[in-house]
Design a protein around this ligand. Sequence first.
Ligand code: BDP
Length: 702
Amino acid sequence: MLAVGSSYTGASAENGYRLWLRYDKVKDEARLKSYRSQINYFIVEGNTPTLEVARKELALGLVGLLDEPQLPWQKLQSGQGIVVAVLGQNAGIDREIKTEDAQKLRTEGYLLYKTGQKLLVIGKDDKGVLYGVFHLLRLIQTSQPLDNLHVVENPKLQRRILNHWDNLDRTVERGYAGFSIWNWHTLPDYLDPRYTDYARANASIGINGTVLTNVNANALVLRSDYLEKVKALADLFRPYNIKVYLTARFSAPIELGKLPTADPLDPAVQRWWKEKVDEIYRLMPDFGGFVVKANSEGQPGPQNYGRNHADGANLLADALAPHGGIVMWRAFVYSAEDATDRHKQAYNEFVPLDGSFRENVMVQVKNGPIDFQPREPAHPMFGVMRKTPLLMEFQITQEYLGQGTHLVYLAPMWKEVLDFEIDGKGTTVASSLIPHPSSLSAIAGVANIGNDFNWTGYHFAQANWYAFGRLAWDSDLSSEKIAEEWLRMTFSNDEKFVKTVKTIMLNSHETCVNYMTPLGLHHIMATGHHYGPGPWVGDLSRPEWNPTYYHRADEKGVGFDRTATGTNAVEQYTPAVREVFSSRKHCPEKYLLWFHHVGWTEKLASGKTLWEALCRRYHQGAADVDNMRRTWQTMEKEVDGQRFHEVDMMLQIQEKEAKWWRDACLTYFQTFSKMEIPKDLEQPAHDLEYYKSLDYPYSPGH
Ligand code: BDP
């Protein structure tokens, strides 16, 4: 484990490796004094591996934060201190807890209490203890008072999972932070200290599952020697309450088992999966289960054999069920043979199957109906499949949101979807993820982690990993609160710094949408690597891969008519939502061109024509990045030199790229609108041919 104050490389103290778990001495003298007077011992009762990990973390944290190398590990019997225990293990401690609070606790939940001389951290189980310890450390890291502590916490969703799109050769699909942190070649014998720090970071934000491999799966990971490697990671992660999952390639029975088919109804195929799963559970009795991308973007699946998604999912579910494992079957499907609006395809394929999935199957749905675009309306499947638990898939890695170099804080975007009202009656997407307390519930985030010193390639991308975990634990948390916590833990408790940089973060998503895809535009990025703009692309073999398919610009206007006069994708939403999205007048402007084809000279709410509004949005986005950088530059004294400078260089890239997006898109759309970019706005530096000619053969993550 990493020592306090040291760095992974030894080369530099502030390379970001410590993430938000920095544990440097509390700066505020008065606060430090108060902490020291309240904490002169701590004790963690019990000794499961998870409690052991909690004890170690608390020691690491307190020694650093209070700068008290001698802090006793054992109870001194006097003075004030922290007492950590599992509920029901010590009658004396239990007596200090209000019955109504104790009754509220569920699996993984915890209480933080201040009672007389003690700070109590009481978990429902040892996992709850671990989360409670991290919560307490967070309070100290963020310089909060502990005097009247009374916290009762339970996770809203049972499974809070990272999805790594990591390949066995260590490349990472859509990864912008170096290579995979999983070194399959040296596993299982060499356990990189990073694995432990990865587990700590995840545990600190409540993430309790990790899918190690890419959804575009390689069957090899299911081979016995690879399973030994997976087991090494599972053993290491177990004390941190992190379950390991794998992606299952549907054709694995052919590739590994040498069977002639992978037909889910074939008894030999069923036997192969059963035996494979039994083997996995002999190695890892708490293995989580499988994620499957099937019959999507060329991946094999049950439809290759004339079967449907339920047949495929149930095949794996039956093998996993005796062991308590689950299947997360992805609904990210669309087909080149199907001329239906891609927006509608997942719904069309999955909703009719509601009721035909086994109990241990969840259907994994991306936040929006197309594909992780800078902004999408909520996916219409949420809340509709009453007999099948759905799990939300967010993308933490910024494939479509500036990749490795743009500061875009994603919590506001995720909240927009989680808080979206499905039915006009108060049912939100977040609440639809918990149809019933006893059914499966989960959320997944496509990880942005790689082997760069700072884990995510950009210091500010760490905030998205952090925010995903926090929202997975409690989707009611505000983006603002999460940003504030993260900034205080990662950078500084200085009030001016927190306030200023929090504003940058909170505005950053809207800013990015403005310079990339304002007013509901979507999928206008360059082909393949998805780096930069490419609204002109219209010659790809599959129609729904072309930006021109999505923006539909012509002489009259721009936007995709998904109302009843167009593809009628709006019919998939509940009547209340459908009515709003269908109406040219009531459709929120942020989704306007997603649902409507709007004339260039039509007036928007502001009284401006669509063309002028579009120009002004693009310019606003780019101008806001300039402001972001200028504001950051006033923070030089508040941040260590290394991270200050690294962020500043990134913001410089973002400034350039925001202008690139703006000018490339406007010069392109101008060929249809035939209108001038308002004279008071900076005119594009180049002509359209120039933007079209740009080429990035080695951009990462592809
Ligand atoms: C798309 C990515 C592609 C993924 C796919 C998926 O470009 O790399 O494989 O999503 O989610 O956004 O399966």
